[in-house]
Ligand binder design. Structure first.
Ligand SMILES: NC(=O)c1ccc[n+]([C@@H]2O[C@H](COP(=O)([O-])OP(=O)(O)OC[C@H]3O[C@@H](n4cnc5c(N)ncnc54)[C@H](OP(=O)(O)O)[C@@H]3O)[C@@H](O)[C@H]2O)c1
Length: 278
């Protein structure tokens, strides 16, 4: 299997959920504004993956980016997370569904490999199941065949991760979770990831944490730094080792989000933000 070009692990991911008909134009806009990593899913209910592919094609045509310097991440989603627009035969074995979903993603995205392939969520909220084990083994086969460089899991608890580690030799490269400040910014899962050199991807950093955006610690610092509260949150996330996602539809916010990585937060502020609301 010839080695695929390896775009670097990004420091920001542009998320493409909930954009429907605006998906192609917003994907291109994000790339024009400097994003080099795209998150999507083969889950038509929340994502229009083929629209992401259209947006990528336009960016390639414009010479904004090439496939080789772009980080593309997509996901396998179990049937209960889907609507009727399935990317696989629901009667097929789960391992076959993974292969079918991946083939469909590659077609949607106009490529022969993705950089990261993520299990959108385990089959049960309580623990890692035999179904998850079958899907994960199928995902490792996709990686070994060169159709993805790296693997990840999403919407997982510490318990899922611990049980997964016991069941499989192959650890995920990424964990993607909704990150609530009131749960210590997912402290336990982040600690697990840090110990095992798994990169933690945080989403809903703004939408799940309205109380942080309004907190005097954040608003005062933002005013002093000439930044927005949203930028302080993204800068904090980056400072503690997270790979943040943003799904903004606004070009100014796109540029602000990327620029937040250039901010340096004082160590005492980072510590105070760690325990701001939980
Ligand atoms: N794995 C999963 O299950 C899962 C679940 C949810 C999301 N995700 C991924 O994460 C991505 C991001 O989703 P999200 O839940 O974090 O929400 P989001 O789609 O990024 O929403 C952010 C909201 O905050 C607003 N906003 C205000 N100021 C902003 C600023 N400076 N920068 C960015 N946004 C600003 C945005 O409005 P404007 O548009 O006006 O800026 C938008 O309404 C999704 O697109 C998807 O790829 C994954």
């Amino acid at each position: 299997m010839p080695a695929k070009p390896s775009a670097p692990i990004p420091d920001f991911l542009y998320g493409t959920a909930w954009k429907e008909a605006r998906t192609p134009a917003l994907t291109t806009l994000a790339l024009r504004n400097g994003f080099r990593a795209i998150d999507t899913a083969n889950q038509r209910r929340h994502y229009f993956e083929a629209g992401v592919g259209e947006g990528l094609a336009e960016a390639y045509r414009e010479g904004v980016v090439t496939r080789a310097n772009l980080f593309l991440q997509t996901k396998f989603t179990y049937q209960p997370g889907q609507d009727h627009r399935l990317p696989y035969d629901p009667e097929a074995a789960l391992s076959a569904q993974v292969a079918q979903s991946m083939a469909s993603s590659l077609e949607h995205l106009g490529t022969d490999y993705v950089d990261s392939y993520v299990l959108h969520g385990p089959s049960s909220g309580y623990g890692w199941t035999d179904a998850d084990a079958e899907v994960w083994e199928a995902m490792t086969k996709e990686r070994d065949a060169g159709r993805t460089r790296l693997l990840g899991v999403s919407n997982v608890s510490l318990r899922h991760l611990e049980q997964m580690a016991t069941a499989h030799a192959d650890a995920p490269a990424f964990v993607q979770n909704r990150c609530y400040a009131r749960l210590g910014w997912d402290r336990a899962v982040r600690a697990f990831c840090r110990e095992r050199k798994i990169i933690y991807q945080g989403f809903s950093l703004l939408t799940a944490n309205a109380e942080v955006l309004d907190h005097p610690l954040v608003t005062t610092l933002a005013t002093r730094a000439g930044a927005t509260p949203a930028q302080i949150v993204f800068s904090f996330a980056h400072s503690v080792g997270m790979l943040p996602l943003t799904g903004t539809s606004d070009a100014t916010h796109m540029r602000q989000d990327l620029a937040s990585l250039d901010l340096t937060l004082p160590q005492d502020v980072i510590q105070a933000m760690e325990s701001l609301s939980g």
